[in-house]
Ligand binder design. Structure first.
Ligand code: 3PG
Length: 213
């Protein structure tokens, strides 16, 4: 599991967190992000069409690694896997989700906010976590502090991260990649401005690269 998560996160420094209402937007949006250098895409279960969006991207954009986010119970976990999700992300943890993830073949990134939650995951063998909501939970300072007692644990922070702060997170040794919604502003989606989305992806990649990551 750990090697699979690391491999996934090595594909791009930023995971766009997507909330897509309209299934017709799914493929061009995913193509723009892949073209811009970000192939790992997290589709959140925050719209009624999320599973159809996952299916569409999994089917039509083979260069993308599409996963599901905002997964909060084992039933949704399994539905997302069945719809073609390569990975599953939850904003927090429950005992049920942690146990389900251990027994699933799918890549699972549980979300934690505190050391105690992390320890619940570690108890079951998890060493890779989403850190959410990152900015208001201490941001880079919290992640540096986690690195003391938990040097072998790695994170994908999300929540409040933007292009100008992503590099600060990515510079930390315990950060694998970051996630965020800033790459797909509502206005660009409403205008079907896929070139604009691609530019935001390119900007994210270039700011990660400039900081030597
Ligand atoms: C997530 O689910 O990871 C968050 O919604 C991302 O937070 P952001 O909107 O602040 O990027």
């Amino acid at each position: 599991m750990i090697a699979k998560v690391d491999q996934l996160c090595s594909l791009g420094p930023v995971i766009p967190v997507l909330t897509i209402e309209n299934v017709a937007d799914a493929v061009p949006l995913a193509e723009a992000l892949v073209e811009g250098g970000l192939p790992v895409l997290e589709v959140t279960l925050r719209t009624g069409n999320a599973l159809k969006v996952i299916e569409a991207i999994a089917h039509s954009v083979p260069q993308a690694k599409v996963g599901a986010g905002t997964v909060i119970n084992p039933e949704s976990f399994q539905r997302c896997v069945d719809s073609g999700s390569s990975f599953i992300v939850s904003p927090g943890i429950t005992n049920e989700l942690l146990d389900y993830g251990v027994n699933s073949d799918a890549i699972y990134l549980p979300g934690i906010q505190t050391v105690s939650e992390m320890m619940e995951g570690i108890k079951r063998g998890y060493k890779r976590f989403k850190f959410f909501p990152a900015e208001i939970s201490g941001g880079t300072a919290a992640l540096k502090a986690f690195g003391g007692p938990f040097a072998d644990i790695r994170f994908c922070p999300t929540g409040g991260i933007r292009v100008h702060t992503a590099a600060d997170y990515l510079a930390l040794p315990n950060v694998m990649c970051v996630g965020g919604t800033w790459l797909t502003p509502d206005e660009l989606i409403a205008n079907k401005d896929w070139a604009g989305v691609m530019r935001l992806a390119q900007e994210a990649v270039s700011s990660a690269t400039k900081s030597g990551i």
